[in-house]
Design a protein around this ligand. Sequence first.
Ligand code: FAD
Length: 244
Amino acid sequence: MSTTESYPRPLKITIVGAGIGGLTAAAALRIEGHEIFETPSMNKEIGASITLADNALRVLNYLGFDIEHLKAGDYLGVAWFDSKGGEDWNLLVTKEEPVRAFEDFDAQFTALFALVDGPVHLWQIRSLLPLPTWINGRAALIGDAAHATFPTIGQGAAMSIEDGVTIACLLPLGTTREQIPGRLYTYQTLRKERGEFVVRESLEQVTIPSKRGLYSRSPEMQVFIVNHDAVRVARENLAVHVTI
Ligand SMILES: Cc1cc2nc3c(=O)[nH]c(=O)nc-3n(C[C@H](O)[C@H](O)[C@H](O)COP(=O)(O)OP(=O)(O)OC[C@H]3O[C@@H](n4cnc5c(N)ncnc54)[C@H](O)[C@@H]3O)c2cc1C
């Protein structure tokens, strides 16, 4: 065997729809040394702020982001979630519409609308029923495509970030094409139950009156969500259950 042949070969990986999950996967797969092809579609999105809990920040830290800088953001935004359906996923509406929708709220909350000086977008929020599978051969779904969720416990982006880094950690440099389906099966085993737990709880804590606000009252649930270390879990699983 020549010297060149003994080097592990990078995989060529295509990411379709590189949003939050896809960009996380791309960054983490590059750390592993793979060659990434992606469709960078984030430039079509309008600006929106999201909140990230420690389980997501832990991953961003692993990817080399400056977490303190991220935490220091001073963006003031208003999110308005309406239960009615609409025609468009992201509809421009007048400033008066949310004001009307919240007219019976206390003035300390409605006063926020006076601060709005940009366009107002009406976003549709939908939740995905559990899918039979997230994987097919050498392809896998990550993020909202696998487990789109209500924003109730603020974990949609975090779950996408956890998915993206999990896949990457399960495909270290040296992984062969033939090994990929097995690694994706492990990805699904590690991620599906957790992602669907977030979807189910986010929905039920809106639709079942006795569960409203449960996440903020349940230290156990918070620990389960926020203390998760996706990189560690993936690496431990790779070491214990998978033969590289
Ligand atoms: C208003 C709002 C506020 C939110 N706030 C929070 C929050 O505070 N905290 C939180 O954790 N989560 C929040 N979320 C949820 C979070 O944004 C999503 O869960 C997260 O973006 C999902 O990441 P993703 O990579 O799966 O999908 P996305 O980030 O949506 O990326 C998917 C990408 O795929 C592209 N795409 C779609 N179809 C195709 C196609 N056919 N071909 C190619 N590309 C395609 C899209 O343009 C997009 O860029 C919020 C969502 C909304 C709408």
